[in-house]
Design a protein around this ligand. Structure first.
Ligand code: UDP
Ligand code: MG
Length: 140
């Protein structure tokens, strides 16, 4: 059975470009319900921990620097088949390869500054949601 929740971030480039509203509109138009949401600025330690899985990749330092460069929106989203459907909505990591009409095709600047995060599995959706929200901050 596939899970009903995923986790997203609207990344610093999209916040700075004033695309929070546009992106949230696309998310809710696609049938996702927001179960928790906040604006926050990650510390270097928090960004390092969130992206620890990428710590050996050449882009890790740049990624942490970018993700701490300004505030982000963190949110838990609900929908049937949430993880897969959300990855379809955001498009490929590299906006040059993202399908037309996807969030990254519309709003991402580059493979690094790519506007949004989306969890890649049910397991990671839970881990990432818990990283940003105590249970009491998530709507039942
Ligand atoms: N990233 C990057 N360069 C790359 C690949 C990824 O800067 O060559 C950044 C980008 O912001 C991406 C994040 O690292 O969203 C995590 O990479 P992942 O492969 O998990 O892509 P995603 O799951 O976000 O599509
Ligand atoms: Mg990923």
């Amino acid at each position: 059975m596939t899970g009903t929740r995923t986790f997203t971030m609207i990344k610093p480039d999209a916040v700075e470009d004033k695309n929070i509203g546009n992106i949230l509109q696309m998310i809710t138009d696609a049938g996702f319900t927001i179960k928790a949401m906040k604006l926050r600025r990650l510390s270097t330690e928090q960004a390092q921990e969130f992206y620890a899985i990428h710590s050996e990749r050449p882009f890790y330092g740049e990624l942490v620097e970018y993700m701490t460069s300004g505030p982000i929106i963190a949110a838990i989203l609900e929908k049937d088949n949430a993880v897969e459907d959300f990855r379809t909505l955001i498009g490929a990591t590299n906006p040059a390869e993202a399908a037309e009409g996807t969030i990254r095709a519309k709003y991402a600047e580059s493979i690094g500054r790519n506007a949004v995060h989306g969890s890649d599995s049910d397991e990671n959706a839970e881990i990432e949601g818990n990283f940003h929200f105590p249970v009491a901050e998530v709507v039942a």
